[in-house]
Design a protein around this ligand. Structure first.
Ligand SMILES: C[S@@+](CC[C@H](N)C(=O)[O-])C[C@H]1O[C@@H](n2cnc3c(N)ncnc32)[C@H](O)[C@@H]1O
Length: 199
């Protein structure tokens, strides 16, 4: 087995391993995934040539889904700071013959040489905002990627990111919260999703 295949096997074993396996098989996790995937489908129009960017690859499940959603319509760029996450994700999509693979950019979201105003839609999902360590800088950097008239889809845990934090941030910008939905069916993992427009 070559190194890439060994890393890929490790990736699959970790999804079911003692650290992540219990959460990945829980109703809370499945509910969150279902709601988030359904949300983008129902809330955003994917027109021909649409350029989408996801920030924070993690397991890459969300990026896989976005690629399927965009198939035949548009392209996806996936940004992540972690080299091994980027390599495994890119290799996995190639091995699995994903029909609309991501263009992987292994950089920090905070790098100033990332393309400016290049995307119609940027997604920021789950723990990504907390992992960057800087709420304001993270949102500023996401909006820097978005074209005028484009959108941010922002989903985060209400436990770590109260929705008031987002509202306070937006009140100091010219951006506009088009839609904001709270999901509290599972009190262990309440979360919100919002659609924010950049003018
Ligand atoms: C745990 S994942 C969660 C996001 C993923 N969309 C999900 O819901 O499964 C968060 C990702 O953000 C990445 N990350 C953390 N800081 C970052 C930064 N400054 N720039 C880009 N990616 C970053 C981490 O490497 C990690 O892969």
């Amino acid at each position: 087995m070559n190194m890439d295949d060994e890393n890929l096997l490790q990736y699959y074993l970790e999804l079911k391993g003692p650290d992540a396996g219990e959460w990945n098989s829980s109703p809370q996790c499945i509910h969150t995934q279902l709601v988030t995937r359904d949300y983008i489908k129902k809330t955003f129009v994917h027109f021909d040539g649409i350029e989408v960017c996801n920030v924070g690859i993690g397991t890459g499940d969300w990026d896989d889904y976005l690629g399927y959603w965009l198939k035949g319509k548009g392209s996806l760029t996936s940004i992540d700071i972690d080299e091994s996450i980027c390599e495994t994700f890119e290799y996995r999509q190639m091995r699995e013959q994903h029909p609309n693979p991501s263009k992987v950019v292994c950089r920090s979201l905070f790098d100033s040489d990332l393309p400016k105003e290049a995307f119609d839609l940027v997604t920021l999902i789950g723990s990504a905002i907390n992992e960057t360590g800087d709420f304001k800088k993270c949102l500023d950097s996401c909006f820097r990627l978005i074209k005028h008239g484009g959108h941010l889809m922002f989903m985060a845990s209400l436990k770590y990111t109260p929705v008031e934090m987002l509202e306070e941030y937006i009140s100091n910008t010219i951006y506009h919260i088009v839609q904001k939905d709270l999901y509290e069916a599972f009190p262990e993992y309440p979360f919100f999703i919002s659609k924010i427009r950049k003018y």
